[in-house]
Each structure stands twice: as structure tokens, then as C-alpha cells.
Design a protein around this ligand. Sequence first.
Ligand code: ATP
Ligand code: MG
Length: 685
Amino acid sequence: MTVSKTPSDALLAELNEAQQQAVRHGDSPLLIVAGAGTGKTTTLAHRVAWQILQGTSPRRILLLTFSRRAAAEMLRRVDDILQAVGKTSRESANVFGGTFHSVALRLLRRYGEVLGLGAEFTILDRGDAEDLMNVVRTDLNLSDGKRRFPLKGTCLAIYSRCVNRSAPLKTVLTEDFPTHLSHEANLGRLFTAYTERKESHVVLDYDDLLVFWLALLENPQGAEVVRGLFDRVHVDEYQDTNVLQSQILKRLVPDGTGLTVVGDDSQSIYSFRAATVRNILDFPEDFPDSSIVTLEQNYRSTQPILDATNRVITESTEWHAKKLWSERTHGVRPQVIRCADEESQSSFVIEQVLNAREEGVRLQDQAVLFRSSYHSAGLELELTRRNVPYRKYGGLKFIESAHVKDLLAYLRLAENPRDIVAGTRVLCLLPGIGNARAGRLMESLRDANGSFAAWREFKAPASTRGQWEPFVKLLDELSSGPLLESSVATQVERVRTFYKPLLEDAHDHAAVRMRDLEQLEILAARYADRASFLAEVTLDPPSSTAELGDPAAPDEDDWLVLSTIHSAKGLEWDSVFVLQAIEGSIPSEMATGSPEQIEEERRLFYVALTRGKNNLFVCHPQRIMGQRNQFFAPSFSRLTPFVSDEVRSTFDEIVYSPEGHTDAAPKPESSQSVRSRLNSLWGEN
Ligand code: ATP
Ligand code: MG
């Protein structure tokens, strides 16, 4: 007689014992801490599915991930799991999921009123926030050049570090920015003025989203409402959260009931955003009644790959014993590929990728990872030349390009006429209008309570006279006229038409840029209202037009993945190529200032290597072009120090030459073998 399994049993059957224990764990706080590829995210997805099966309403589950892509992927897994056990309705669609920032935004739009925050606020991205910081810095006369006051980007970085660490300015300056310690008083003035300016212009920067979420939870009325929303709270990649985020969690679920966090201290790679592994280490103290589950079996990579990655992380000074093992004991050893130069590196990658495709491995199952976005420039050129489709993730976002920001600024100004950054941007696009005039115009707009009609009386300079009236009409219609009622795509289209001649004047490659703007219109069509469109593209922007589904390449159904290592977090591919694994690139020469930074670079390298399931290639171009004085000249490069001699013993070494020959590199001779060779000269052996 066969006993039919219940859906809950069937769900558990796919998991190992430790994973099952985590899935079935009751309501007390739970920490799953485990190495790469041990099924942390899988376990979390099963736990969400399990809770839904046990009767928790998906609406009452909050799932916090590090990107929108990760949240969508996790919810897709939850659906697959539920489907596999016979539940077919798409219940996961109702789970409240996203990044800390996007969840904060949704909550603040709904409940921000408690804090006096109107629903019309707009969000500044990092670039906008820097611009606003610059305006304030100039107003306070801090940018006269004589006192070497930090530049706008540094000011914002210091400010952001204080906020995300919840640490006083003095501490942050002493520990993280000691060269700017002498500016403490003026930085304090600057930050106060910056905060006031944001408030008066009804704009929030990224950090404010977290700050206001925490404030909402510190407000008795807000806390009651928001805490009442969720029975279960799950956080993936907990090692990359910061102090502010852990404070939010503590306020959201003070005793930790229903809280599950998942992470790996060996993969913490976001300290530059003030993330701290302390959040993982302190979890048992923060939530006294908590349980810890650890996982050690790796299901992703073959044992030869794990031999290499275990070795890399063992050399970390902050190593907490965690040796991963796999049942897949067979497999090829990872390879260090010695190429003559970057060109040869590109040839190697492309040849290898195409050969694998011939053997049935899709391009999408192969990924090329790099430390900095520009490391892939040569490869991208070559891929384009050889017609190999690819998609690139991370690095400079499509949305950060000047023309896309220009277009969005019109919509943002219409949405929030007090948004000074957006206003200044669109006004200065008009010939003859500079910062001073723009500032006065924004003031008059504020005095008129945001009615663009106020600008009609403005005597525009001769050079812009023809455009002034259509400009004011456009904004008027977008903010209160007929266009406000039209679809977001129509609004984008109208702005694009107005902006086209200005774009042609202001930027090169106008035709290519116009195509981006058409893409933006396609993206806009997915949104029901303008405010959510603007917020989403600012918070979690698509990295490239390719990610939007480029209609220029309709047949393309497979593509090679190019990604920064940071954006590859949590993902896996059949084959992984680590590009330009040389000193200066990994670790990045920008991040070798302190032992902690170097350790973080090592973990980053570890994250890259642990993405590979079956094949792992670490590429070493032996000559690279570098800048020397004002000239670009080739120089010799050294393999990344993270591949030490010990680590190297877990790799095979291949010398690649583009003609199609790959030779095993001659093994470095040990001094012993040299001696024995000598000995053979006089007959001893
Ligand atoms: P990372 O540290 O990179 O985020 P992770 O610990 O979250 O990794 P997952 O991405 O959940 O690991 O899982 C890695 C791979 O192992 C996935 O392909 C997943 O399907 C598989 N896997 C996880 N658990 C099991 C299991 N019990 N049986 C078979 N495969 C599993
Ligand atoms: Mg994961």
C-alpha cells in the first residue's frame, strides 16, 4: 500500500536534514548562516512556501532581498515549489517583496503622513543627491577652492556613511575619512543645510528612505500600523545589511517572532555602503531567543572547484571555519589561463564560450565576471564584432546616462514642482539659462505654489525665446493639464518630442541616445502611474537597454552574461570566467588602503569563484595597457595575489595563444628538482 505524501512532506523531501529543520522551524527568530551554494536562498524559498502551505497569508509575509531581480527570482522559486506539490494558484504574487529601499518607499507612500511626509515626495538618485549637496556647499561658501574642502561626491559619501552606520560625524571621519577630519565643523553645517534643503524641496535621497522607515517605526502610531502588517519577515544576504537596516528589523519585530535571516559572512562585499557582518554575528544577542542553522553541503559546484574556493577563503584573516563539500566529486579542475594581453583574453573567452555552446551549453549558462565595469570594454567590442549577443549587468546604469536623466527630470519636476534638482536640470538645458536664473525661476515657482503658469511672465533670453512657451505649456500640462491624465508612456513621448532638439544640441551620438529614450517609453508603458514609474526606475534601475528587452534584436533568445562581481551575488552559471584577475584589478587599486579593504576584495574574488558550477576560468592577461604619465603604454601584470602558491596548487595552468593552441603551462620547477638535475650532472640521483 502506498501512503500518499502530504504537500508539506513533498516540499520537504527535496531538502537535506539541516535545510528541513530550517524550513520547519517555528516562530522564534532564526539565523541560517552558511557558505556559498549550500542552499540558503533555496531554503528560504522553501520556508516561504511552507508557511503559505501552513496557512500564513502571502500578504502577511515580508521578503527582503538585495535587488528587485533577486526578489522576483525568489518568488518564482516559491511558485515552482508550490506547483510541484500540487498548489497551482500564483500565491506568491501577494508576498510583500523587494529591497529594503523599495519596501521603505511603498510603506512611506502609504503611511508617511504620520511623519508629516506628503505623498508627493520624489526621490533623488546618488547623482542628484551629489548635485544638491554641491548647491548647498556653494551657498555656504565652502567651495572656494582655498580650503580644499572635500568634493561633492566625498561629502555625500561621508554623509551617507554617518547615516547608514548611525554613527556621529567625528567617528566616521576618524575611522573612515581621516584626511578630512579638519573639516568636521563645516561638514556638520553642510549636512544640516543639506537636510533642511531636502525637506523644503520635498525630496528624499536613498538613505532617507531607510531613515524615514526607521522613524515611522519609532513613532508609536506608525509602529503599530506597520508592525501589524506582517507575521513573517525574511531577509536574504543579511551579511550585506548595515546598522540602519538592522535597527529597522529590531523595531519591526522587536522580539524576533517570525523573523528569519540568511547570510554568509565570507561573502560580505558591501562595506563601502556601510554594511557590516556584525549584523550576522550579533544576531543571537539582538534576538536572544534565536536558533542558528548551519549548512555545509554545497550543491552548486564540483569538488575540484570547491577545493580552490575553500583554499581562497581559508587565507582570509577573518576566516570562520566553514569548509564546503560536494557529492559531485568528479569534474575538471579550475584553470588559470595565461593570455598574452587583453585581446588574447577576449579571444580565449569567446572561443571557449562558443565551443561550449556547440556542445549544448547555452550562452545564458555562461558568465564573464569582472571587478569594474570598464574591464569588459575590450571583450564587448569583440563580442559585437563577432556577433555574439550579450547582456551586461552592473556598472553604469542606463538610467544614469545624461539624456535619460534629462528626460526623467521633466517628469520629476511635474510630479514635484519643488524638486530643485530636477528643475535646475531642465531649466539649464535651455540656451541662455544658467544656475542663477534657474534658481530665481524655482523660487518664483515655489511662491506660486507650484503653478507653472507663474513662468509665463518670465522674459526669456533671446536665445531661448522660441522654446520658452512650449516648455511652460508642456510642464503645465504634465502637472495639472490633460497630460496628467494620460498614460505614463504618452507623457514620456511628449517630453521626448520637446527634448529632441535640445538633446541634439547638448550631446553627441544623438541618434543612439534617442533610441534609449524610445526604450524608456516602452518601459514606462508597464507602469500604471507616473509616481511609481519614477520611483522604481530610480530605486532599482534596469542596468541596460538590453534588460528592457531590446526590440532591435527580436530573434535574440540566448545571450552571454557579462556582470560585475557585485551584481553576480547569489547567482550561478555552468561556466564562469573571471576577467582580468591581476594585481590592480583584483584587488582593485582603489581598494587597497587598509587590511580590511583587502580582505573585502578577497571575499569579492571568493564570491566570483563560487558562482561556477562545472567550469571555472581565471584569466590572466600578462600585458595590459596602463596609463603612465599622460601616455598609454603596455606594462606587465601579475596574477592576483589571491591566487597564492597554495591556491595555485588547486588550479591547472594553461597558456593560451589565439591561433587555437592551448598548452599546459610548464610547471614551475621546485628548487629540489633543480638540485636533482644538477646532481645528475655528477652522476648522483
Ligand atoms: P549563495 O551563497 O551563492 O547565495 P545559496 O546558499 O543561497 O548560495 P542556493 O542558490 O540556494 O545557495 O543553492 C545553490 C544551488 O544548489 C542551486 O542550484 C540549488 O537549486 C541547489 N540546491 C540547494 N539545496 C539543494 C538540495 N537539498 N538538493 C539539491 N540541490 C540543492
Ligand atoms: Mg543565495
